[in-house]
Ligand binder design. Sequence first.
Ligand code: GAR
Length: 209
Amino acid sequence: MIKIAVLVSGSGSNLQALMDANLSGQIVGVISNKPAAYALQRAQNANIATAVIEHKHYPTREFFDAAMHQQLLDWDVDLVILAGFMRILTPGFVAQWHGKMINIHPSLLPVYKGMHTHQRVLRTGDAYHGCTVHYVTAELDAGQALAQGVLRVHQHDDEDSLAKRVHVLEHLIYPQVAEWICNGTLVHTQQGVLYRGQPLTEPVQFTKI
Ligand code: GAR
């Protein structure tokens, strides 16, 4: 059975969706860089081990990432899931988890990497918005996209309503992708990503208009 660690910084609604999904892998631990993250409470409620590794206690990003790496090794983790983890990871750490670490980002990557995605979508006047699950690479929000949830931006949408609507999609697609990895439907190989035995050329799309 695949052993999963989830890295969080905040509320942890995606962690909750992953815990509620009864994955065929096992979430063995949750790491937060923030001691007050509500996600920690969610993990404890589900009797999942937690670790607080505060970035501000480490002199450099490399030392912080080394501490996280050690915790992941201690838990014997196969898959790392970033769920609202708001720290930039060092290339060395990312390389150690190459093909074994995924993230969810609140935009239809490759557009709107980084922060404030809902605000930027509204400013541009885009008709569509959504979220992307992707492998993590050293370049921010740039690894191969595995799945996207797409919604139509409504005329009355503001940042809050968009954030809520994107969250609904996130809670749908993130557990789905995690399960595909756990049960071998989606595999990272030296030759590329295979989905149902075929090369994945485009992210699997989920639409919610
Ligand atoms: C989610 O919307 C996720 O896409 C975003 O943080 C939120 C965490 O919510 N992640 C990023 O912006 C990463 N670049 P949650 O703590 O309720 O799961």
